[in-house]
Design a protein around this ligand. Structure first.
Ligand SMILES: [Zn+2]
Length: 228
């Protein structure tokens, strides 16, 4: 189901299916209304392979919204799969894997090179810092989400507050536990990239979303747990 979370297993058709599902429940990011998603076409995008250290092409879906066009607003948008970072070839899932492998802030450049598919230490540092910043944002959004939706969810017994990555993982577990309690159904822990990607996209987007946040963490969480 979640192959589109990794560049190595990404298939355009799977992601297309995911977007159709997503936008049956959430507002169009171009007009702000819920309506059937309309695809405009595909564009080529290069992503870095950490096996070959070279870029390889994938296809990105472009959506079009006729209501936004009629209103004279931006009416097409490229929909980046969860592993693609805006204006960068290095994959988010690989950057997250680097952070997971060295959460104490000490970058092992040999290992980071193999995970990201680059030999540039500046690129490694930049991506490490970016993942940390977006993890901090995700943690605060998840805390807010839990406070609003499940204020009485039990806290971890020994919260690993000293290490951000562990806090991030335990917050995800708390969100998952609260959804299990709410729905009465079993859920596996979602991929970690799912909690960082919306923040990544909307903070780094060339035209940041300024109105309501249709791809905020709350709607992403709801989508993941929606089994309808
Ligand atoms: Zn629309």
């Amino acid at each position: 189901m979640l192959e589109y979370f990794q560049a190595s297993s990404y298939k355009t058709a799977d992601f297309h299916f995911y977007l159709n599902l997503y936008f049956t429940h959430n507002v169009c990011i171009l007009c702000g209304q819920v309506h059937k998603l309309r695809f405009h076409g595909y564009v080529r995008r290069l992503v870095r392979s950490n096996e070959t250290y070279t870029n390889r092409p994938i296809l990105i879906c472009v959506i079009i919204c006729l209501s936004a066009k009629l209103a004279g607003k931006q009416y097409t948008k490229r929909m980046l799969p969860p592993f693609v970072t805006p204006e960068c070839n290095i994959c988010l899932d690989n950057a997250l894997q680097m952070y997971r492998a060295m959460p104490d802030g000490q970058i092992d450049y040999d290992k980071a090179s193999r995970l990201l598919g680059t030999i540039c230490t500046k690129t490694m540092r930049r991506h490490y810092l970016m993942v940390v910043v977006f993890t901090e944002t995700a943690v605060s959004l998840m805390a807010k989400y839990l406070a609003l939706t499940a204020p009485f969810v039990p806290q971890p017994e020994n919260p690993p507050y000293e290490e951000l990555f562990m806090l991030f993982v335990s917050m995800m577990q708390a969100v998952c536990d609260s959804e299990v309690k709410r729905s009465g159904k079993h859920h596996d822990l979602p991929p970690q990239a799912m909690f960082l990607h919306p923040i990544y996209v909307f903070k780094k987007s060339r035209t940041p979303w300024s109105g309501e946040k249709p791809l905020n963490l709350s709607s992403v969480i709801r989508l993941y747990f929606d089994t309808s």
